[in-house]
Design a binder for this molecule. Structure first.
Ligand SMILES: [Zn+2]
Length: 306
């Protein structure tokens, strides 16, 4: 599993990403150590239950990085990958939730964003059980790394759901007044997606808004999954249905999600448990297949300028 793959940019000194040169080295390593699974061989697994040996590459979040840096490298090596994207990413007005946080922290660092955030949080916005924790945290003088962690914790856990987006809107208006323009540079557009499919890549759905699905009702979950499949089918020919859980891990989705995926005709769906796919998985666990993060292998360490 890969996310950001790019060159360093002085514009985003705190952003954590995998450098394209490390990506190339990791591909060399995989080639030598495990080899890559051919696309047909991989897809046949879901018909005959036979699991081929080797690596399958996956890329999440529909990032422009995947067109700019990953695609040329895969083409050069005759490789393919599965790319999970959200609904019509390049035509949105706002970045997806996690990416807004990455851009805020990546450019301005944890300290600055933490200070700005705590200034605009009102007591009524905090979930009751976290109120004390929040108050003691705001008096502490954190280092950049710790304040980045705290910023995420406040937004993901301390703030009640209905205030979260409004708070991040305020931060974005302050630090990225032209978010729509950023969106265009950030995500793959339909033309790029089509070109990538032509080069042998597979595309899968990663929901409309990248939410924590387990928090949503069945109806709301369906509205996250179906339009995303539909979007891909409208722009691509003969694309198989496959899905990838946003965030991943057993807390991020639930039985309802799995039920919808079965009903949707998704051929397989990916999660993030770090282990190999087994025969049993293909038989009983097709909608939460395990997957390794690239940082668990040599050259896969993410870095930042600072
Ligand atoms: Zn994601």
């Amino acid at each position: 599993m890969y996310h950001y793959v790019r060159k360093n940019s002085s514009n985003l000194p705190y952003l954590k990403y995998l450098h394209i040169e490390d990506f190339k080295k990791q591909l060399d390593y995989f080639e030598k150590k495990f080899g890559f699974v051919k696309k047909d061989e991989f897809l046949n697994t879901f018909k005959n239950g036979k699991i081929p040996n080797g690596v399958v590459l996956t890329f999440d979040d529909g990032l422009k990085d995947h067109y700019k840096y990953v695609l040329p490298e895969l083409k050069k090596r005759g490789l393919w990958g599965i790319f999970y994207i959200n609904y019509n990413p390049s035509e949105r007005n706002k970045l997806l939730g996690p990416h807004r946080i990455h851009m805020l922290l990546g450019k301005f660092g944890g300290k600055k964003i933490f200070t700005s955030l705590t200034k605009i949080v009102l007591k009524k916005m905090i979930v009751k059980e976290y109120q004390k924790k929040f108050e003691t945290k705001t008096y502490k003088d954190f280092k950049d790394e710790d304040s980045a962690t705290e910023t995420k914790r406040i937004l993901n856990y301390y703030i009640s759901e209905k205030y979260r987006e409004g708070l991040v809107d305020k931060l974005m208006q302050k630090y990225y007044p032209n978010e729509k323009k950023l969106v265009k540079k950030y995500y793959l557009n339909s033309k790029e997606i089509k070109k990538m499919q032509f080069a042998g890549m597979i595309f899968g759905a990663h929901t409309v808004n990248h939410p924590v699905m387990s928090k949503l009702s069945e109806k709301a979950q369906e509205k996250e999954i179906y339009p995303c499949f539909k979007f891909l089918e409208d722009i691509l020919d003969n694309n198989i249905r496959t899905y990838c859980h946003p965030y991943g891990g057993s807390l991020s989705f639930n039985k309802t999600t799995l039920k919808i995926l079965k009903k949707s005709g998704s051929l397989f769906s990916l999660d993030v448990k770090p282990r190999d796919v087994s025969k049993k998985d293909i038989k009983y666990n097709k909608h939460s297949l395990p997957r390794y993060d690239c940082n668990l292998f040599p050259f896969g360490q993410i870095r930042s300028l600072v």
